[in-house]
Design a protein around this ligand. Structure first.
Ligand SMILES: [Fe+2]
Ligand SMILES: [Fe+2]
Length: 339
């Protein structure tokens, strides 16, 4: 994959810096961040989120046109930190009230509080729309923008394993073993998603649709890196995973129905069929064994777990709203075979 096209001054500065770190300076980054309009919503702003996504991608597969040594270049990390602070600050502000209310549920245990968040932060009904109304073009757009994550599905949370101990580590390893195919390459969830893209006539190449992804989709991806790449955020990383797994099984069933209604081949539905059952199990594993054992061992991480869950739910709702609003306004973006 090569660096994506910038979408504004901040991502242009990021791309230039990655192509030649010589001119990288936190002062220039700070200046550029200060120039963001006060009304700029950093959670949806594509220029901001693409900049952060490019910096995080150095820790995954990198770019063909960027020196891999830049992954640990102090000037790059310092600039990333500036973006992360602004991103995290905004996430804490937007989720604060929900986390507080979940915490105050009378006599509720951690699992009940996570359940309360899932119930009360539910976004617009994207899966039922796909089940009953989406056109072929809308389904293709959905598959394409989701590929930014699903082609590296579960990779962010693998960074959390060395940050855990005992029961929580064992539970995360068990969950990841499933996600990584339980010993079979063909069952690797990333592979299943690539198969779905290909069967739908889309490009399965890693990163093929990054340029198609709106800011809110990039934010969904970036929050996982923000939580999973920082040891201090390990509780939030597991809370994110618990919310993710808890909101997957039932929607996947509806998406399967939508894919069948539109007459796509079975291989397009296979990824979602797999997740109807797998994520019903993963939900229990993530809430009870992962988050439960972590908080039993480290009670001070209780609110961090709720924060991570709230981040997942808030950003999922934001991304779903963006897609649905566009579709209802008749402005879906046709996706070709690759970007
Ligand atoms: Fe999966
Ligand atoms: Fe899962």
């Amino acid at each position: 994959m090569r660096l994506p096209r910038p979408r504004g001054p901040l991502s242009a500065l990021t791309a230039t810096s990655l192509l030649s770190a010589v001119g990288m300076s936190t002062d220039r980054f700070t200046d550029q961040l200060d120039r963001l309009a006060p009304s700029c919503d950093v959670l949806a702003d594509e220029d901001f989120q693409l900049s952060l996504w490019m910096l995080y991608e150095l820790h995954y597969r990198g770019f063909d046109d960027v020196d891999p040594d830049l992954e640990w270049e102090p000037r790059i990390l310092a600039c990333r930190r500036l973006l992360e602070r602004r991103f995290e600050q905004e996430l804490r502000f937007r989720t604060e009230a929900s986390v507080r209310k979940a915490r105050l549920q009378d006599g509720a245990e951690l699992g009940d509080q996570l359940g309360w968040l899932v119930e009360h932060m539910e976004g617009p009904r994207l899966a039922p729309y796909i089940q009953r109304e989406a056109t072929r073009e809308q389904l293709l757009e959905f598959l394409a923008v989701r590929s930014v994550y699903h082609l590296k599905e579960s990779d962010p949370h693998s960074f959390v394993l060395p940050r855990l101990d005992g029961g929580a580590k064992v539970a995360l390893a068990e969950l990841q073993y499933d996600e990584y195919g339980a010993g079979r390459v063909s069952r690797l969830h990333q592979t299943l998603y690539g198969d779905a893209l290909e069967a739908a006539g889309l490009d399965r190449t890693y990163g093929a649709y990054v340029e198609h992804a709106p800011g809110s989709t990039l934010a969904q991806n970036n929050v996982m890196s923000l939580l999973c790449l920082h040891q201090r955020n390990r509780g939030a990383a597991l809370g994110h995973l618990a919310a993710f797994e808890s909101t997957s099984s039932a929607p996947c069933r509806k998406i399967v129905a939508g894919i069948e209604r539109l007459g796509f081949p079975d291989a397009v539905a296979a990824y979602f069929v797999e997740h109807v059952e797998a994520d019903a199990v993963h939900e229990q594993l993530a809430v009870r064994d992962l988050c439960g054992r972590l908080v039993a061992a480290e009670p001070s991480l209780h609110d961090d777990v709720l924060f991570g869950a709230a981040c997942c739910l808030y950003l999922d709702a934001l991304a779903a709203t963006h897609l649905l609003d566009g579709w209802r306004a008749g402005s879906e973006k046709p996706v070709g075979a690759g970007a």
